[in-house]
Design a protein around this ligand. Structure first.
Ligand code: NAD
Ligand code: DAU
Length: 337
């Protein structure tokens, strides 16, 4: 079995590469990644010398490069993690989100048709459903919830999902889509809430909470997301969408307070809210549970402890990131917020 993993130098793709190489030592994994600011070869360093792992630097929107990789490698399965993934950056500059997330997905779909794959899997997000009101805890996103996006990021991810569904219906491409809630865990880029707060506490910087901090996210340990995708690849029904989430809703303030308590210090600073800020995400995972038997294995109390410990043990990994392009980004995003 040969699996082409795009975006494998990023947070979830990197964890997925580790997960699959561990679980299936006889599979070949080819990682295609452009190595944007979010891609990090350090994440893949532990597997670079494995004989069944290959890394190729390429842009999923570069048709010639992508066709060349398919021609050479002839993957059985494609799992597309590659994306511009940060909502705040999409508010600053939407264009690259359309280029990578929509046009790049189209190139991968065309290549998957041209060279023939037994499965194309699109890693999508619960953000395509928009948000839920804070005063209706009885509501959840199901696979039937209408697409209703808020940010250029989520709009681009929704555009990609619609293309995947169109290629399945029109051309019979054997495709599946998963829509997961917020992930956390090792190798998470420190522009996102949890790693940013951990890094700021450790660097003695204030903890910037947007608006009143009451927005709710539904957190899932990244390994549980990887296990769900693995199940969908092996047992999921072609043409289907699967929501992934573990019923673990927390306000942003609760999450930040847990990090402060765990590290024994940290000072919250309320800052200007994100434009169009989604109120609440909450996944109903009934379908993947009933059909594929998936359940999350890691409780938030354990996962957050493991994650904080990982950032304490792997300072080099995130300190290298903080010294690069990230400095300018941080200044632009938080300088006079
Ligand atoms: P990330 O930003 O950490 O990693 C993205 C990776 O894609 C990086 O390695 C980057 O170099 C690569 N990439 C970007 N543009 C590329 C291009 N044009 N060609 C090739 N590679 C490119 O993202 P993440 O948080 O790991 O998210 C991975 C996927 O999962 C995304 O599709 C995202 O929408 C989705 N998702 C993320 C979450 C979450 O909580 N992080 C939740 C649900 C779904
Ligand atoms: O739900 C899945 C999505 O989760 C993925 O599709 C996205 O790729 C991923 O980035 C994530 O999106 P969010 O916008 O929910 O994640 P983020 O970590 O950026 O923010 C989480 C919450 O924390 C959100 O309500 C905004 C808030 N926040 C974020 C940052 C970076 C703050 O209050 N302060 C901050 O500095």
């Amino acid at each position: 079995m040969k699996i082409l993993v795009t975006g494998g130098a990023g947070f979830i793709g990197g964890n997925f590469v580790h997960y699959m190489l561990n679980k299936y030592p006889d599979y070949q994994i080819i990682c295609l990644d452009k190595l944007t600011y979010a891609g990090n070869m350090e994440t893949l360093a532990p597997v670079m010398d494995k004989l069944n792992f290959t890394f190729v630097k390429a842009d999923i929107a570069d048709r010639d490069a992508v066709y060349g990789i398919f021609e050479k490698e002839k993957p059985d399965i494609v799992v597309n993690f590659a994306a511009e993934s940060h909502v705040d950056r999409s508010i600053e500059n939407p264009s690259i989100f359309l280029q990578t997330n929509v046009m790049g997905t189209q190139v991968l779909l065309d290549a998957s048709r041209k060279y023939g794959v037994s499965r194309y899997h699109q890693v999508s997000t619960d953000e395509v459903y928009g948000d839920l009101p804070l005063d209706r805890p009885d509501l959840f996103f199901t696979e039937e919830t209408p697409i209703h996006t808020s940010s250029p990021y989520s709009a681009s991810k929704a555009g990609a999902d619609l293309l995947v569904q169109a290629y399945h219906r029109t051309f019979g491409l054997p495709a599946t889509i998963s829509r997961c809630s917020n992930n956390y865990g090792p190798y998470h880029f420190p522009e996102k809430l949890i790693p940013l707060m951990i890094a700021n506490v450790l660097n003695g910087k204030p903890l910037p909470v947007y608006g009143d901090g009451k927005n709710i996210r539904d957190w899932l340990y990244v390994e549980d997301h990887c296990a769900a995708i693995d199940l969908i690849l092996h047992k999921g029904r072609v043409g289907e969408v699967y929501n992934i989430g573990g019923h673990n809703e927390k306000t942003n303030l609760e999450v930040v307070q847990i990090i402060i308590d765990a590290l024994g210090k940290g000072e919250i600073q309320f800052v200007t809210d994100r434009k169009g800020h989604d109120q609440r995400y909450a996944i109903d995972p009934t379908k993947i549970h009933n059909e594929l038997g998936w359940l999350p294995a890691t409780k938030f109390e354990d996962g957050i402890k493991k994650t904080i410990q990982w950032y304490l043990d792997n300072r080099d990994w995130w300190e290298n990131i903080l010294s690069g392009e990230y400095q300018d980004y941080y200044e632009r995003m938080y300088g006079d917020r």
